[in-house]
Design a protein around this ligand. Structure first.
Ligand code: NAD
Length: 486
């Protein structure tokens, strides 16, 4: 796949930014500019919203029967699979992802469209028994035009889950990808048009968050907003939407705990625990970034993890190692600042127990951080409370179940948790006591499957995407009351 043009995708056509400006695209593996994208403004957003409105308000998209929408989504799923290698190569270069990760992301994106293709004609309302002489029914109707603000860590996956659900419910979409990673989504929109999506159903405006993103959050003509990104930006988006009473789904960050009891099957747990923080170089909302280990097993677990961390290798995306670079220089600096801050932590001194390596082939201009295992981390320290968004696992011991729950719930976030124990009753107690949107027992899904509703509590956001549940959020429930008696 060639690198898409530095233009927006509106009404099934590539169009330049009205202001004529572009933004350079940097390859995180070497820090060099290799492409450009259009720098969208409020005028570009308005143009995309107008296209989506035409599609939603009586246009070809809104006239499609649900079964026909489903067939289009299914065709898109197959087309994504057919172009998987090209899309993965683009995503890998743009985001610095090892090819294995990029391929997995493409497969997940296709799977979202496959899942939602089957769901289009299954969003049923109800009939409600009411007073004699009345017939009452509920209808799930599309909002109309949905806005989607997408982060850079998993562009294809998050597009699939957010836009896939919104399209399935019958909405037309305006998408603002992250300025750091949007090439694959422009390619995807072009594929969708070629597969027969009517003009205006899928529109993409690229640009900076404070320009195009803010304009989308404030745009008239948007009926629902789905935001995936940091908690601070999510707050701004929700504030902007509240001024127009536009409903919002917020998929924000996390500080997710992995809770390991002494009876856990470590053979099974350890590779999953490592992967949950190393995947995508730790730049995953649901990264298992805190490790809570029962005191009796603490030393054993840390020794085994240290061996695994020391063997990890970071390098250019094309080398397909354990992890690639971080997305940009400022992200690398942010992660390094957390590690430098260790020495000045309050309380007992945390220390780097093990560190992986950056391979010598990694270009000096790339944004590499070696994966780090931190032992005896202070739960009150920024490392344990804030989202680092890098390959840093902070470990700490706990004495009993109550302390494990208190530590697990002791941050502002609540996205995902992992519980590792062979004691079924304890697993269930923990699953209920931990405050988060998902809990895995004896596994950790880094977001879980396409079928599984996903979202947070507290600063991790509200609303649910993924699974059938998402369709309720992308719809408006209307109650129709018919009086037929005299
Ligand atoms: P970010 O909040 O900086 O940016 C996210 C998106 O918002 C980008 O498209 C950006 O351009 C846009 N944006 C920035 N400022 C804006 C503004 N003022 N108005 C409107 N839009 C604006 O987040 P990021 O650094 O791109 O992504 C990392 C964050 O995303 C992490 O916190 C991560 O946990 C979170 N995330 C959450 C999920 C989830 O499902 N819960 C999934 C992936 C990432």
């Amino acid at each position: 796949m060639t690198i898409p043009r530095a233009e927006h995708f509106i009404d099934n056509r590539f169009v330049p930014a009205l202001g004529g400006l572009t933004i350079p695209v940097i390859d995180p593996s070497d820090g060099r500019v290799f492409a450009a994208i259009a720098r969208g403004s409020a005028d570009d957003v308005a143009r995309a919203v107008a296209a989506a409105r035409r599609a939603a308000d009586g246009g070809a998209w809104s006239r499609l029967a649900p079964v026909e929408r489903g067939r289009l989504l299914a065709r898109l799923a197959r087309a994504i699979e057919a172009k998987a290698e090209d899309l993965a190569a683009l995503e890998s270069r743009d985001c610095g992802k090892p090819m294995r990760q990029a391929r997995a992301d493409v497969a997940a994106c296709a799977r979202y469209f496959e899942f939602y293709a089957g769901a289009c004609d299954k969003l049923h309302g109800q009939t409600i028994p009411y007073t004699p002489g009345y017939q009452v029914m509920t209808l799930y109707e599309p909002h109309g035009v949905t806005g989607h603000i997408i982060p850079w860590n998993y562009p294809l996956q998050i597009f699939g889950r957010s836009v896939g659900g919104a399209l399935a419910a019958g909405n037309a979409c305006v998408v603002k990808p992250a300025e750091d990673a949007c090439l694959s989504l422009l390619g995807l929109a072009e594929i969708a048009a070629a597969e027969g999506f009517p003009p205006g159903a899928i529109n993409i405006v690229t640009g900076y968050g404070h320009e195009a993103g803010q304009a989308l959050a404030e745009a008239r003509g948007i009926d629902h907003l789905s935001f995936t990104g940091s908690a601070s930006t999510g707050t701004r988006v929700a504030q902007a939407a509240a001024l127009r009473h536009v409903p919002v789904t917020l998929e924000l960050g996390g500080k997710s705990p992995q809770i390991v009891f002494a009876d856990a099957d470590l053979e099974r747990a350890l590779p999953v625990i490592v992967n949950a923080i190393v995947q995508n170089a730790g730049q995953t909302c649901s990264a298992g970034s805190r490790l809570l280990v029962e005191t009796g097993a603490y030393e054993r677990v840390l020794a085994a993890l240290a061996e695994r961390f020391s063997a990890l290798r970071a390098g250019p995306a094309a080398m397909d190692l354990d992890l690639g670079p971080l997305i940009r220089a400022s992200q690398k600096a942010r992660v390094e600042a957390f590690l430098q801050g260790l020495a000045s932590q309050p309380g007992a001194g945390a220390w780097v127990r093990a560190r992986g390596a950056i391979v010598p082939e990694a270009p000096g201009g790339g944004f590499y951080v070696a994966p780090v295992l931190v032992a005896d981390a202070d739960p009150a320290a920024p490392l344990c409370r804030e989202e680092v968004f890098g390959p840093v696992l902070a470990a700490m011991p706990f004495g009993d179940e109550a302390e494990a729950v208190a530590l697990a719930n002791g941050t502002d976030y609540g996205l995902v948790a992992g519980v590792w124990t062979e004691n079924g009753a304890r697993a269930l107690r923990l699953a209920k006591a931990v405050k988060s949107g998902q809990v895995f027992v004896n596994d950790y899904g880094a977001g879980g499957g396409v079928e599984l509703p996903f979202g947070g509590v507290k600063a991790s956001g509200y609303g649910r995407e993924k699974g059938f549940e998402a369709l309720y959020g992308f719809s408006v429930l209307k109650t129709v009351v018919i009086r037929y008696g005299v």
